[in-house]
Design a binder for this molecule. Structure first.
Ligand SMILES: Cc1cc2nc3c(=O)[nH]c(=O)nc-3n(C[C@H](O)[C@H](O)[C@H](O)COP(=O)(O)OP(=O)(O)OC[C@H]3O[C@@H](n4cnc5c(N)ncnc54)[C@H](O)[C@@H]3O)c2cc1C
Length: 305
């Protein structure tokens, strides 16, 4: 399983495959995890989820762009998504990846793009979540979050990954921003020098950082499909009288939809991450890596053709 996971994560960064995937359209079962190739299609899914009491965070797919023009186009796409959310009255915000907005090309240009996005979110009284990518971009992502948070306050939040040793320290360091965090286990392939190699240790640290944020009293988006963790959180908030307005659960589109519905029925805030767009390859490969059993439905979908 570990070999398969590593191979899938290695393939997730393959540029040739990524380019080919853009030409293929949503294939190989990718439509199980991706809402569609256009904003219009994604907005239909947003409505379906909202009708079930589920909030959304929309993700215009894409990462590691090659030119400033591509980064600017991506920023415009996110601003368009914020406008579509506003016009439709949907219960949704947006998530962004800084490498799609030019982080690897120019930090300043990426910051400029982000300012445009967060300013649009502020105008619409909405919110931008900065996804966390791999370790080499972690410090730059946190630095950009801190700059944006100082300028725009509650309209921007960031993701922290429990598999990194440094996460607890980062939480202490950034406390002054009253941060709204999405807490996740972490989806990239990282070295044991920077991240817990064993799943049990990641799970323990995940619980630790979730509890820390809930005790801090700042908003916690707890993003996981792990029922043990979810049950632990339910117990913890009850014991410590933490109001439901201070946290929500988050899951990915297409994963554990019954559990999503159940949490809504129990009265918890539930938000689903809805990715859309043509650049689905890297995202899809990371979803397969999380659960290599998913590879079997890829094979089945290929055999059907
Ligand atoms: C809303 C959201 C946003 C995220 N944002 C980021 C981010 O910005 N940066 C980042 O590094 N990671 C992000 N992640 C991914 C995260 O780091 C994990 O890789 C992912 O959530 C799987 O871990 P888990 O907590 O669900 O637990 P796991 O222990 O991996 O899984 C628990 C159970 O969930 C189910 N499950 C998990 N993954 C899958 C799958 N792919 N297909 C089918 N079933 C599955 C299985 O039943 C599994 O047994 C995000 C996840 C969510 C839900």
């Amino acid at each position: 399983m570990a070999i398969m996971r590593n191979m899938l994560l290695y393939l997730s960064k393959n540029r040739t495959a990524n380019r080919a995937a853009k030409r293929f359209g949503l294939r190989f079962g990718a439509d199980r995890f991706v809402a569609g190739q256009t904003l219009e299609k994604a907005m239909e899914k947003v409505k379906e989820l909202n009708d079930k009491g589920i909030k959304v965070t929309l993700d215009h797919l894409g990462e590691y762009v090659f030119s400033i023009e591509e980064a600017e186009a991506a920023a415009s796409a996110v601003v368009r998504a914020l406008a579509a959310i506003h016009e439709s009255g949907a219960d949704a915000n947006v998530s962004v990846k800084l490498t799609q907005l030019g982080l690897d090309l120019s930090y300043d240009k990426c910051l400029y793009n982000m300012r445009g996005i967060v300013a649009a979110a502020k105008r619409h009284r909405n919110f931008v979540r900065i996804d966390m990518e791999d370790y080499v971009r972690n410090e730059r992502t946190l630095a950009m979050y801190e700059t944006l948070s100082s300028a725009y306050g509650p309209y921007v939040g960031v993701v922290l990954q429990a598999y990194l040793y440094k996460t607890e320290k980062d939480m202490i360091r950034m406390k002054k921003h009253a941060p709204n965090y999405r807490l996740v286990k972490g989806a990239y392939k990282e070295d044991s020098e920077v991240a817990f190699p064993k799943k049990e240790d990641v799970d323990l640290n995940f619980i630790k950082v979730i509890e820390l944020q809930l005790r801090n009293g700042h908003f916690a988006a707890i993003a996981t499909h792990d029922e043990q963790i979810i049950n632990h959180v339910k117990q913890f908030v009850q014991t410590h009288n933490i109001p439901r307005s201070k946290f929500e659960f988050q899951m990915l589109y297409g994963i554990r939809p019954m559990l999503q519905q159940q949490l809504v029925k129990e009265g918890y805030g539930m938000r689903v991450y809805v990715p859309y767009g043509v650049d689905w390859y890297g995202y899809f490969m990371r979803r397969l890596a999380e659960r290599p059993e998913n590879v079997s439905f890829v094979v089945k979908s290929m055999l059907k053709r």
